[in-house]
Design a protein around this ligand. Structure first.
Ligand SMILES: [Fe+2]
Length: 314
């Protein structure tokens, strides 16, 4: 029928093009893809290699946005909205066309140095691709007919002083959400066998919420490696709910040393580390209505590790 319409007149050609476009849009919306990485803002050669690899992946798979996992500018965050680091360590590094998308920012401990976090928030008004309206926030995306809630935390005040106000906000976001999928992101890992190790506020205060509200994935940075962990003994005694990912290989120096912080808690929760490597890279995340795929991709574009899961909220 389409061929007949197309051959009959120019309006038919327009109609076919419009339908083809509509089909393409529908297809794209059935899969949501994004890249995530932390510990990146050095302006050095390794950051640039990861940037190239990430740009290639985003172009090949039509990634829609980027999530940063903190430590955006070493060593002390950004001094003002006019700090040249926004150019030298961000705009001039992530130059690929595929990376000219919205960057959903989370803050790391280095971004908080000298009370500088407010400057990264203010920069949102200078460049709309830098999305950080407040220190912590949430966004909602669609995949097919399903909705995805992203909760972007500011884990430095959580870790340092058990920021009650933010904890209440996180709880209300989770409690009130009707989203089909929930993904959380922040800087400090819940559990990590890397050099910094686990974060007590994260496993005492945030992990129970992740389990209760069936958060599918928590993306963190801080340790300069990648790691995939799962809690086998959940509060409800059910099978693993939240997959914990550390991806702090965005460009800062690699750390091969392992840490022991939180080891007793890891034993208590039956935490298993499935993969650890002190490598540079980023996460390529792919979501459909029913499945989540996470890939660890190195600075040469090689997939070093991947896992998939179904939605724990269903
Ligand atoms: Fe950090």
């Amino acid at each position: 029928m389409f061929r007949d319409l197309a051959s009959s007149n120019m309006n038919g050609v327009v109609l076919v093009c419009a339908l083809a476009g509509l089909l393409a849009v529908t297809h794209a919306a059935d899969t949501l893809r994004f890249a995530a990485m932390g510990d990146w803002g050095t302006g050095g050669s390794t950051q640039k290699k990861v940037a190239k690899s990430m740009g290639d992946w985003m172009a090949k798979y039509k990634g829609e946005f980027i999530v940063t996992l903190g430590d955006n500018f070493y060593n002390d965050g950004a001094n003002s909205v006019k700090d040249p680091q926004f150019d030298k360590k961000w705009k001039d590094v992530y130059t690929a066309r595929s990376l000219q998308k919205t960057w959903y920012i989370t803050l790391g401990n280095h971004d908080h140095h000298r009370d500088n976090a407010k400057n990264e928030v203010a920069y949102s008004k200078v460049n709309s691709r830098w999305y950080l309206p407040t220190n912590y926030y949430s966004i909602t995306k669609k995949v097919g007919r399903k909705s995805v809630l992203f909760i972007m935390m500011d884990t430095t005040p959580l870790s340092r002083r058990r920021d009650r106000r933010q904890l209440d906000w996180i709880k209300s976001q989770l409690q009130n959400s009707k989203a089909d999928w929930i993904i959380m992101a922040g800087h400090h890992p819940v559990f990590s066998t890397g050099s910094h190790g686990s974060s007590s506020t994260m496993y005492r205060d945030v992990l129970p919420l992740m389990e209760k509200y069936k958060v599918a994935l928590y993306l963190a940075g801080h340790d300069h490696n990648y790691e995939h962990l799962r809690v086998s003994r959940t509060l409800s005694g059910k099978s693993p709910i939240t997959d914990l990912v550390v991806q702090g290989g965005g460009g800062k120096s690699r750390r091969t040393t392992r840490g022991t912080r939180g080891k007793e808690q890891m034993t208590k929760h039956g935490v298993k580390s499935y993969k650890f490597d002190a490598a540079y890279g980023f996460c390529g995340v792919e979501l459909t209505e029913t499945r989540l795929y996470v890939k660890f991709i190195d600075e040469k574009g090689r997939t070093a590790y991947s896992f998939k899961k179904s939605n724990p909220r269903k």
